[in-house]
Design a protein around this ligand. Structure first.
Ligand SMILES: C[S@@+](CC[C@H](N)C(=O)[O-])C[C@H]1O[C@@H](n2cnc3c(N)ncnc32)[C@H](O)[C@@H]1O
Ligand code: SF4
Length: 331
């Protein structure tokens, strides 16, 4: 993965969220210091960086993040206008508790059929919803969802209602009830998400078990198969991740490693504040070299040599990252 080949960028716009979902990375005690005071990516630096990337292969921007709510970025709608001006495809995930109906209508007018948005709804009643979406208001989500959909005519973007597969409800049944509540006459896409259990592991025997299962499964495959090759989501999709500090890292799975790690202290991680926003048409040679050597080292060392990345990934994203047998693929 090199700067020139990057097609998708997942951006964490701020370090802030309005909710306190108990298994979100945001509530992890080790991150307390990082989410304490509001921080955001500088709009000018960010847009200059994206403009330069667009001159290479950038096609899609994901506004989701790992510990924040993207719509809380103060210049969120300006950013959407800017990205659409560059003809980039946008994917958003939101808890939709923010702003008001007018704001959500405005967002809907800016998005096109190439774009997509996930409304995270984990329950068909406030009682069920608040089990995970602590601080959230299901009625508000419903209103914002309906406002958004009301202006989406022919050219509408893909709208997903997402429910996470929690052990306290049957995901498919809950989704049917949510659909009934939100808009029984329309067909929206349903996205089932699998649980990532960051915290608190001790209290969640049931959740942890899924991860233990996937981890054991993958560990035994790694041990037994020298010919097994990791099939990395990031490499496959030419996809990288930007933190709210402007660091560009491989993906959200390694978030903590790079947030706390020695690479950051030693200044090894490429950071968008290193680019010169005023001048050059493209990136400086120094920036390109740093960027490319950082990712070359990461992918060769952590994926292909010692599987560190694979192990982390299977702990958190067991559904995205698996290993394939190149022999099977060849036949
Ligand atoms: C960390 S959130 C950030 C975006 C936004 N705040 C939201 O909740 O939609 C990114 C995605 O992870 C999902 N998510 C949150 N907690 C999760 C968990 N424990 N397991 C799996 N997915 C989770 C959210 O629904 C969302 O689609
Ligand atoms: S709304 Fe999203 S970012 Fe906020 S706590 Fe919940 S999962 Fe985390």
């Amino acid at each position: 993965m090199y700067l020139e080949t990057l097609e998708k960028l997942d951006i964490e716009l701020t370090n802030t969220c309005n909710l306190k979902c108990p298994y979100c990375l945001k509530v992890k005690p080790s991150l307390k210091e990082f989410v304490k005071n509001f921080q955001e990516l500088d709009y000018e630096v960010l847009t200059s960086f994206i403009t330069k990337l667009k001159k290479y292969k950038l096609k899609e921007v994901i506004l989701m993040g790992s510990l924040s709510e993207p719509t809380l970025y103060p210049k969120f709608l300006d950013l959407i206008r800017f990205l659409k001006g560059l003809n980039l495809t946008i994917h958003i995930s939101s808890n939709a508790n923010t702003h008001n109906e007018e704001w959500w209508k405005e967002l809907a007018t800016l998005l096109t059929c190439k774009d997509s948005i996930i409304f995270s709804v984990d329950g068909s009643t406030q009682q069920i919803y608040k089990k995970y979406r602590i601080g959230g208001d299901l009625e508000k989500v419903k209103k914002h969802f309906q406002a958004f959909c009301s202006v989406q005519k022919e050219n509408y973007s893909e709208v997903y209602l997402q429910t996470i597969d929690f052990p306290w409800y049957k995901c498919d049944e809950e989704y049917e009830k949510i659909k009934e509540l939100f808009d029984p006459n329309k067909e929206y896409k349903f996205q089932r998400s699998y649980i990532k259990n960051y915290y608190p592991e001790k209290e969640s025997g049931k959740l942890a078990k899924t991860e233990v299962f996937f981890r054991k499964n993958i560990e035994s495959k790694i041990k037994s198969g020298t010919s097994l090759k990791p099939d990395c989501y990031v490499l496959k999709n030419k996809n990288l991740y930007m933190t709210y500090l402007g660091d560009i890292i491989p993906c959200g799975v390694v978030y903590e490693k790079y947030l706390f790690g020695s690479e950051r202290k030693e200044g090894k991680i490429p950071n968008i504040y290193e680019i010169n926003i005023d001048s050059s048409e493209t990136f400086s040679q120094d920036f390109i070299l740093k960027f490319n050597s950082f990712f070359k080292e990461h992918f060769t060392q952590t994926i292909f040599k010692n599987y560190e990345c694979l192990r982390r990934c299977t702990k958190l994203y067991s559904n995205m990252f698996y290993i394939r047998n190149p022999k099977e693929e060849d036949t």
